[in-house]
Design a protein around this ligand. Structure first.
Ligand code: WT7
Length: 570
């Protein structure tokens, strides 16, 4: 009975169903949607694309792509054939096999999606990299995962230090003028067969490896497995509210988890028409996409909404956005003023969703028709048990602030941290509680309210930046003796990166030096990781063991009491 609610992907969702299933929800019932729950033969790319062709939807548009020079559309059948071709190229030319780590490092384009799906069809694990990553960021990730293949473009080749990566066997270049030592994707793709035998996997086999930041140490490789699709599917159905005729646009790049879980998997598992826009953000460009493609469901982030808001209401009024029916947000707190603006200009409520790289899919959400409390992240997705716990894993009563936690065992939970099982274990407290790193409270109606990060992780423009990574890069600059990095509240970006720097002897403070250091991080690590603000200090606050005390820096910055300084050096 219950499964009937989920059987068809289109048009049968309403609040009543949600409430009914919310009470006696069972993931085992949801997974029956997938034939692999009986056959055991799993492949994400098959479920996203080929399955719909088999079911008679081959002619339905799967992908609407647009950037400055391209404006293209692909049906599910074309996506199937193109991903088969990509899989054939990767197997024949680059020897890719099941379980290999294949990185994809390029700007958005239809080929990125063919290559990504092709990689999955082989049963290899995809490692998506944001195109703005510079050499160090690329090297750390390829090294840690022992990647054997990277797919990229000519202009990004210079950021791949091949000689320092002994496991890297092949570089596949996707555009023209490819040197002989690289694999020429386009050339081989042209003649590749449109048929490919999908590799059947188990639900516990690898799917995707997303690197993300913590407050200490190098970025960690969060591994997700095929089983995650159960939750991608059902959250696409419940939360994105995807129906047969929807045109859906998620603005995130696949280098980040939102751009894969909700830019690829959830929409295509639900057989939606998926809009992908390449290029950079511009208010005109974005409104233009919403209008041109008659987008009905739109998933973006508070920073983007605030930038659109900043562009003025006269601009949005020039576009026909009458097709929009559902808007969602993720990545940072959704301020009530943004919600108010959304109500006014789109005449729609922006729905907040909370989750993170490690959770793989939505965890705390606002389902359409659910009563929304402005400023709250919403309630747990059906099947997710969330709570506020103390540092020992004891559940706290309503209205008490503590660790936002979830009972382990939801389908899209990370499988491990690549090559670092102790790190993986460190996420859990007794009682099988996964600790998110966010602090929050739950009110008496079961709504969750975000308070902040427990650790020093910075969320800038919806992107997660580890202060340690930035500090490590900063101290590589010849002028920098020590560096401490914090997130500073910012009205548009949520937080910006601010660096406190003590200079080496012989260097003088100047604006030119600040700029030089900024560029150094930008070109060495990534643009979004470069500090927007730099302040020079004679000395930085440190513990006796030599750790920079970021909380003291933060207190200085915000004019707050510095708290307990007993561990400080002097
Ligand atoms: C951190 C996870 C997968 C989503 C994109 C970011 C913050 C996420 C919200 C929200 C307030 C949010 C949290 C979380 N965050 N969504 N709705 N309200 N904060 O994924 O890079 O893994 O970052 O983003 O602090 O821990 P991520």
């Amino acid at each position: 009975m219950k499964t009937e609610i989920f059987k068809a992907t289109a048009g049968n969702h309403n609040l009543k169903d949600y409430e009914k299933t919310y009470e006696n929800f069972d993931w085992k019932e949801i997974e029956k949607y997938f034939s692999w729950s009986e056959t055991g033969k799993v492949n994400m790319a098959y479920e996203c694309i080929d399955k719909h062709v088999e079911d008679g939807y081959g002619d339905k548009v799967a992908l609407l792509y647009k950037d400055a020079s391209r404006n293209e559309s692909y049906t599910f059948k074309e996506m199937m054939e193109n991903s088969n071709k990509a899989a054939n190229v990767l197997v024949k030319e680059a020897g890719v096999k099941k379980g290999d780590r294949v990185f994809i490092f390029m700007p958005r384009s239809p080929e990125l999606y063919f290559a990504l799906l092709g990689t999955l069809k082989i049963g290899a694990i995809v490692g998506p990299l944001f195109e703005a990553f510079m050499e160090k960021a690329v090297k750390d990730r390829l090294e840690n995962s022992e990647a054997s293949v990277i797919i990229t473009t000519n202009s990004l080749l210079g950021r791949i230090p091949q000689s320092e990566l002994p496991h890297l066997q092949h570089i596949v270049v996707i555009d023209d003028n490819v040197e002989d030592k690289y694999i020429d994707f386009k050339n081989h793709f042209k003649d590749a067969s449109t048929e490919f035998d999908v590799e059947w996997l188990t639900r516990d086999d690898g799917l995707i490896l997303h690197y993300t930041s913590g407050s200490t140490g190098q970025p960690k490789g969060v591994l997700h497995v095929q089983n995650a699709m159960i939750q991608h599917y059902i959250s696409g159905h419940y939360v994105l509210d995807l129906k047969e005729d929807d045109v859906y646009w998620c603005t995130a790049d696949p280098g980040w988890v939102t751009g894969t879980s909700y830019g690829i998997f959830a929409p295509w598992l639900n057989r939606a028409t998926n809009v992908i826009a390449g290029g950079r953000f511009s208010p005109e460009g974005w409104y233009g996409i919403l209008e041109q493609f008659k987008v009905t469901v739109w998933y973006s982030a508070p920073t983007a909404f605030r930038m659109l808001m900043g562009a003025g209401d006269e601009l949005v009024e020039k576009y026909d956005l009458s097709h929009l029916r559902h808007i969602l947000s993720v990545g940072e707190p959704l301020n009530p003023e943004v919600v108010k603006w959304g109500d006014k200009v789109f005449n729609l409520r922006i729905h907040d969703t909370w989750w993170m790289t490690e959770t793989g899919a939505h965890m705390i959400v606002n389902i359409p028709d659910m009563d929304i409390k402005s400023g709250s992240m919403g309630k747990p997705l059906p099947g997710v048990q969330a709570a506020i716990v103390d540092d020992l894993g004891n559940e706290l009563p309503p209205n008490r602030m503590g660790n936002l936690a979830m009972k382990a065992g939801w389908p899209s939970m990370m499988k491990t941290i690549w090559n670092n099982e102790p790190k993986y274990q460190s996420y859990f407290l007794p009682g099988d509680w996964y600790i998110s790193g966010d602090s929050a409270y739950m009110d008496e109606d079961g709504y969750f309210w975000f308070q902040g990060r427990v650790d020093d992780v910075i969320m800038t423009a919806g992107e997660r930046v580890g202060p340690f990574e930035v500090e490590s890069k900063l101290v590589e600059h010849p002028a920098v003796q020590e560096a401490g990095v914090i997130g500073k509240p910012d009205p548009v970006r949520g937080e910006i990166i601010k660096a406190f720097i003590a200079l080496r002897d012989g260097y003088k403070e100047s604006d030119e030096l600040k700029e030089e250091i900024r560029v150094f991080v930008k070109e060495g690590l990534a643009a979004h990781a470069a500090p927007r603000e730099i302040e020079f200090k004679d000395k930085l606050p440190k513990t006796r063991s030599g750790k920079i005390m970021r909380r003291v820096l933060k207190a200085w910055e915000l004019d707050l009491p510095t708290g307990d300084l007993s561990t400080m050096e002097d």
